[in-house]
Design a binder for this molecule. Structure first.
Ligand code: SAH
Length: 485
């Protein structure tokens, strides 16, 4: 297994600086013992113009299974496999151990070199790629590299057997050495989607540390994160939530949601009371939410994604609720809410009971802790699925009120609205609308992940075939629970 990294001199640096950056003496052939074999470092090319360093790995296929239980050792697979010959998670471990300082961006002798982008080329002689050779381009090109790959037939004597999954890869670009090494460290094991060790929570920390500054904005961060974490769903969800925090920064989502509130009820729009005396859907929704809150015994309530504050007057009207907060990411909506509630001319006591906060449900916010209940009325469908993961963590993981009430459209009911063509959502800003079974599956997953019981109810007129227009779930946290999300 061979990785080579080359550079050429520029007006700002000499090719020979590579040895300083790597903390590896240019005139020595050095070997390092690793748990699975040996790593050798040497410089095949070193001149005033060009320098190349080689990291050669000798993996001991027997050593990697020695000491393992008999159950594992019986696998002949351990002896007859491609690991000694290909770039895999073993190479990432070797990069971290042998080039650790360079990877971390430390250079005591020449610190000024660390942040200097230099022309670099990395060559991986044999990279196993699950999912086709184009994946190499898809993962490296967005990071600014010119990518060249050479594919190989499975056996050149039998072309009819087709192509193998092995590629020689060359990446060229201008980058700091530390950045290049962090790309290789994270992405090499992603290509063959296999790791030689158990993937636990510390791998998540490593991924986020090594991916800092580039993974959050990578167009393939979904695939990279999923594969890197060995397809472990719970780690993947946490990683996504944290990457989104990193990517969003500030109120990135405000403009996208500005228009959300006003047109929220577009196709649902009906007068307060329909001709048959039925309350309009948004009133029915509020009644259902209020009933759930009253039944919960909650005194303090968060209206998360309160929009222009339609629910807040009903909360204020009920003396059971002595602390009410409306929170939204959109300042404009909050201004509407302020006017609707005539907050500016309310008595001091009323003002004490109700506050409006500007904030985003993408971020952990210490103000949200300590409330008895939170409601999310027609909010979740405004978030892309990965952002929804961040919201779940904030609401159910950090704020953790005893009761959470969530309402969302039932997509099946859309056929009942003539204004909607097939497949269309009720609102242009909706990222999804769920069927009853999709909502039930989500609620069950959240309940399971965060330790809440769930109770789903239809809201609005019930149609035998497609159900009610709105679906609601009341999540309850068992009293006295000790739960570590
Ligand atoms: N609950 C209100 C408004 C629903 S519209 C009602 O029933 O009338 C959805 C609201 O969610 C919008 O006001 C939008 O600004 C808000 N929202 C969307 N993403 C948000 C986020 N990340 N943090 C806080 N609020 C958000």
């Amino acid at each position: 297994m061979l990785l080579t990294i080359s550079t050429s001199s520029t007006s700002c640096h000499s090719a020979r600086d590579l040895s300083f950056l790597l903390h590896k003496h240019p005139d020595k052939f050095q070997s390092f013992r690793l748990s699975f074999g040996q790593a050798h470092v040497f410089y095949p090319v070193l001149s005033d113009h060009e320098a190349s360093v080689a990291l050669a790995l000798e993996i001991d296929p027997v050593g990697t299974v020695r000491g393992k239980s008999r159950d594992q050792a019986f696998l002949l697979d351990h002896y007859v496999n491609d690991r000694p010959y290909v770039a895999s998670s073993f190479l990432s471990v070797a990069i971290a151990q042998v080039f650790g300082s360079a990877l971390a961006g430390r250079c005591l002798d020449r610190p000024e070199l660390v942040n200097l982008p230099i022309p670099l080329e990395a060559r991986l002689e044999v990279l196993p790629v699950r999912g086709g050779g184009e994946l190499v381009e898809r993962l490296f090109a967005p990071l600014g590299y010119a990518v060249a790959t050479i594919g190989y037939p499975l056996d050149d004597r039998f072309p009819e057997w087709g192509r193998s999954s092995y590629y020689s890869v060359a990446l060229a670009g201008t980058s700091t050495l530390s950045r290049l090494l962090s790309h290789l460290y994270v992405l090499i094991p992603v290509f063959d989607n296999d790791k030689h060790y158990y993937v636990g929570p510390d791998e998540l920390e490593k991924l986020l540390a090594k991916g800092a500054g580039w993974l959050a904005t990578h167009p393939e961060k979904d695939l990279i994160t999923r594969r890197y974490l060995g397809n472990r769903v719970e780690l993947f969800r946490t990683a996504w939530a944290r990457l989104i925090d990193e990517e969003a920064g500030g109120d990135a989502d405000e403009s996208a949601t500005e228009a959300a509130t006003e047109a929220e009820t577009a196709p649902e729009k009906t007068p307060e009371k329909a001709a048959n005396g039925q309350l309009a859907l948004h009133r029915l929704r509020h009644e259902a939410v209020l009933a759930a809150l009253r039944a919960s015994g909650a005194r303090s309530v968060l209206d998360l994604g309160c929009g222009d504050g339609k629910l807040l007057p009903s909360l204020l009207a009920d003396r059971q609720f002595n602390r009410i907060v409306g929170l939204d990411v959109s300042l404009r909506s909050l201004q509407f809410a302020r006017r609707r509630l005539k907050l500016d001319d309310r008595s001091a006591h009323q003002a004490d009971r109700l506050t409006l906060w500007h904030g985003s449900l993408m971020y952990r916010d210490s103000r949200l802790a300590g409330f008895d209940a939170a409601v999310l009325v027609e909010v979740i469908e405004h978030l892309d699925p990965p952002r929804l993961v961040a919201l779940e963590r904030v609401v159910f993981g950090y704020a953790r009120p005893a009761t959470v009430v969530v309402t969302t459209p039932n997509r099946e009911y859309n056929v009942k609205w003539e204004a909607l063509s097939a497949g269309e959502f009720r609102h242009g800003d909706h990222r999804f609308e769920w069927t009853r079974s999709e909502f039930a599956a989500w609620a069950a997953a959240i309940g399971g992940a965060y330790g809440y019981t769930i109770d789903i109810a239809p809201v609005g007129p019930i149609d035998e075939a497609v159900g009610a227009p709105t679906q609601m779930c009341v999540f309850r946290r068992p009293v006295g629970e000790v739960f570590q999300p």
